[in-house]
Each structure stands twice: as C-alpha cells, then as structure tokens.
Design a protein around this ligand. Structure first.
Ligand code: SF4
Length: 105
C-alpha cells in the first residue's frame, strides 16, 4: 500500500519494485555509513569547501536550505559542481561492491 513492491513467481522482487533485496540494501547502508565517516574525517581535517554534485540538470543545491547563505556561486572562479554520471541501480550496486572489494585489499 505504501511502497510499490511486487514479487515474481520465484519470490524475487519484480523489476518495477521500488525496493532492493536485503543483501543490496546492506551494501547501500555500508556505503552510506562509510561516506558519512569519510566526510566527517575530511571536515575534521579542515576541508570545508562547498562541492555540490550536478547530474544532468539536477544539483545538490536544488532543495538545499542553505542556498542563500552558503556563498556557492559558479560565477566566482574556483567554484564548480562535481559532475556525476547517471547510473542504473545495478551499476550503482556494482560500483559499491567494487569499492568494498578495493577497501578490503
Ligand atoms: S546550496 Fe550551498 S550548502 Fe547547499 S548544497 Fe549547494 S553548495 Fe552546499
């Protein structure tokens, strides 16, 4: 009723479901927790520059509550967006898996 989830006959999630299997959800959560820890470390080292993403027409600033006070302005030399590519869910999970493997080595 709240989350669109459908199952295939074999019990797996159907492609149109807005959900991921538990194993992929755990990968996403580990990745998010790792990113938060990484950002904390960088801030504690003094890295506080604004570096919002841009993916096509969408940016990290679009709905940001600090937009009018943060000072980020692409018209000022040195300010620019971090361009990121669009990824499918499968590509994103694969990239997170690869990053986990790389961190284990
Ligand atoms: S508006 Fe400023 S604080 Fe908000 S995401 Fe963009 S750069 Fe960051």
């Amino acid at each position: 009723m709240v989350v669109p989830v459908k199952y295939n006959k074999n019990g797996s999630l159907s492609k149109g479901s807005k959900a991921v299997p538990q194993e992929e959800f755990e990968i996403m959560m580990r990745h998010a927790v790792g990113k938060v820890a990484e950002v904390h470390r960088r801030i504690l080292k003094g890295e506080t520059g604004a570096s919002p993403y841009r993916k096509g027409q969408e940016t990290g600033c679009d709905y940001c509550g600090y937009r009018h006070v943060c000072g980020f302005d692409v018209k000022i030399p040195g300010y620019d967006y971090r361009e990121i590519d669009k990824m499918s869910m499968e590509e994103a999970i694969q990239a997170m898996r690869a990053a986990e493997e790389e961190n284990r080595l």
